[in-house]
Design a protein around this ligand. Structure first.
Ligand SMILES: NC(=O)c1ccc[n+]([C@@H]2O[C@H](COP(=O)([O-])OP(=O)(O)OC[C@H]3O[C@@H](n4cnc5c(N)ncnc54)[C@H](O)[C@@H]3O)[C@@H](O)[C@H]2O)c1
Length: 328
């Protein structure tokens, strides 16, 4: 088993990564607690079953799968259910599933009764290497993605990479978008390994090292005021593209893949990125006109004092944050 400790000024927590961790999940859970397991209605039931078996006292809540559930309506429905079931402050929520589940459940945990604990059990590649760690939780509105949210770390993150065996190829590639991003902004050697190796075969390592990279950024800038914004490489345009297509056309990692290509200023770096994106069947462009994305980009949370902050990679393995280049 591999593990990482994440320091946070709110509370620090550990991440455990192990193939088949769900088969002995009980060891990781305090049986004196009441657990509310929240998951979407599309993840293989076998995982829900394993988590149920590991929690002696629990309630299960399912919500419709997909980005559309990161909504105020779904948020209200679940909060009302928790209230109806008299779920108290000493209960613990479990977010079992992908990044949608983690973001939605984490956001509910951050505000329900002014805050209850929650555990992340991510089951998609994207959520294992990215969204379950760092405490960013949010829901969307029609006007934009993740515009209502907070930073609220989980109690722990329990990762079983063997759950990725049931993930569709498209969803696996979706996570690869974020993994490639880590190589691009922080680790050339990792980028090369992603390019040359079969990630599936050594998945525990690739998940672990992705999180090692993320840890460096989030510990130094927990509240996203500077360095952490490097993790948004490709996201300004990526989020705009996702919102423009009303979350119907692209998955998050796919939109980020296009966003990374769009933002790069150096042709040579772009060429190398496109080569790796293609290996993982990720899109590299879209024919939407930049002007069409204007409103979405201007609403970007990294857009401060009228200046748009853009993360660029001039050389693979490091990044720079520039201001105003794309002011629209
Ligand atoms: N909080 C953060 O720091 C952060 C970072 C990156 C992305 N995100 C958010 O993450 C979300 C995307 O997450 P996602 O890509 O995991 O999507 P998702 O949560 O919608 O999951 C994708 C699909 O995979 C299914 N699924 C989950 N696990 C499975 C498994 N093991 N086998 C088979 N099917 C499985 C789900 O039911 C769902 O249909 C976006 O909303 C994005 O904004 C958040």
């Amino acid at each position: 088993m591999k593990s990482l400790d994440i320091k946070s000024s709110i509370h620090s927590y550990s991440v455990y990564i192990e193939n088949h961790l769900l088969d002995h999940l009980k060891e990781h859970l305090d049986q004196n607690l009441f657990y509310v397991i929240i998951s979407d209605d599309n993840i293989p039931f076998v995982y829900i079953d394993k988590v149920k078996k590991a929690c002696e006292n629990h309630l299960l809540i399912l919500f419709p799968e997909g980005e559309k559930s990161k909504s105020i309506e779904e948020f209200s429905r679940i909060v009302n259910l928790l209230l109806e079931k008299s779920i108290r402050k000493d209960a613990c929520l479990i977010a079992l599933g992908g990044g949608v589940t983690g973001d939605l459940v984490g956001f509910i945990a951050s505000v329900y009764l002014r805050g209850v604990p929650y555990i992340q059990i991510p089951t998609t590649l994207l959520s294992q290497i990215d969204s379950s760690v760092g405490g960013k939780v949010a829901i969307n509105t029609e006007k934009g993605k993740n515009v209502i949210g907070s930073i609220y770390p989980p109690q722990k993150v329990l990762i079983d990479p063997s759950t990725l065996e049931t993930l569709s190829e498209r969803q696996f590639s979706n996570g690869m978008g974020e993994m490639i991003k880590y190589g691009m902004i922080a680790d050339k050697n990792f980028f090369e390994r992603i390019k040359s190796e079969d990630v599936h075969k050594n998945i525990e390592y690739f998940v672990f090292h992705s999180l090692e990279i993320k840890k460096q950024f989030i510990e130094q800038d927990e509240f996203d005021n500077g360095l952490r914004q490097s993790l948004n490489f490709g996201h300004t345009f990526g989020h705009a593209i996702e919102s423009y297509y009303k979350y119907n056309k692209y998955l998050h990692g796919e939109a980020v893949a296009i966003g990374m290509v769009m933002v790069l200023s150096k042709a040579e770096v772009r060429k190398q990125l496109i080569e790796v994106l293609k290996k993982y069947n990720l899109p590299t462009d879209d024919n939407v006109h930049l002007g069409e994305l204007k409103d979405y980009i201007n609403r970007d949370k990294k857009n401060r004092n009228q200046l748009l902050k853009i993360v660029d990679v001039l050389e693979i393995g490091s990044c720079v944050i520039t201001k105003s280049q794309f002011q629209l």
